[in-house]
Design a protein around this ligand. Sequence first.
Ligand code: 5AD
Ligand code: FES
Length: 349
Amino acid sequence: MSRDNFHLIEKLKTRQTLTHDEFCSLIEERTPETDQYLFEQARTVRHHAYAHDVYMRGLIEFTNYCKNNCYYCGIRRSNHGVDRYRLTKEQILECCDMGHILGYRTFVLQGGEDPFFTDDKIIELVKCIKENHPDCAVTLSIGEKEKYSYKAFRDAGVDRYLLRHETANAEHYARLHPSGLSLDRRKECLFDLKELGYQVGCGFMVGSPYQTTQCLADDLLFIRELEPQMVGIGPFIPHSQTPFADSPSGSPELTLFMLGIVRLMLPNVLLPATTALGTIETAGREKGILAGANVVMPNLSPLDVRKKYALYNNKICTGDEAAECRQCMSGRMESIGYSLVVSRGDCNS
Ligand code: 5AD
Ligand code: FES
């Protein structure tokens, strides 16, 4: 059985895709041996494109207000237990200044879908960041917007946009989200972003409730179709104040396996070893890098708001200053023979 899987990994490496059935058997018939083989191949491909460099992104979680009500997410609208906050423009600019001193050359502005931050406010913010730090890339991660808004952000200088597709299976999508949200609309946003010239990131959770192997194969084929520059993959982790409070976390091993597959599909992709992976597994981020990831996204948000941006429970790094995370992360990367680089870290393609 596992002979077939070695063969499938070879085929994936050569052709950069597989059929739906082949992806399913690759995932379902995983063994510790095929895991190791996949990770070795993923590292080879990754080293060819990016050597032992790890790019860092400074994550600024600037608002935890959200008008959406996704069943898995801790900051969903119906969670009245959340202490809501918004950072001021000045606070955000200070985070960037601190980040720049610490060697960050990409700032990721992430938030819930918060109508307070109008397009004009976002544009003003982006322009200030770009003016203060012209050597830096700005990434937005603020959800679904109209195409004209995406265009206006791009014109203001935004380089990249992260919008995880969450699941590429429409029925699964409907079990994770209330009826106002749809997979079709999500995909439309992603294709709009690509067309506007953004470096685009999609992505999904591993082990979200009702996910099947078929769903994961759908995710991989969607990634093949979209050809994003970035893919965010992390385990689902329950949040106690959501409808999925009692669902189990995703498997760290399967998460690593999916990272390895995506590296073979898109050799130049920017692939983060996520905070969620570091939360469910000791040295999860290091293992992510060793499975083919090449990006880490330490937190730059002010210490007093960190705990309030809880998408899931037990999130790591909520008690650490930006400088501590930066130090901690370089130690972690060096312990496995990799190094953080001071660079915008654009996609090599
Ligand atoms: N567990 C893991 N990841 C989550 N996200 C949201 N809620 C959770 C959770 N409970 C992820 C989603 C979202 C990203 C910002 O965080 O994939 O796109
Ligand atoms: Fe934040 Fe280690 S990366 S404390």
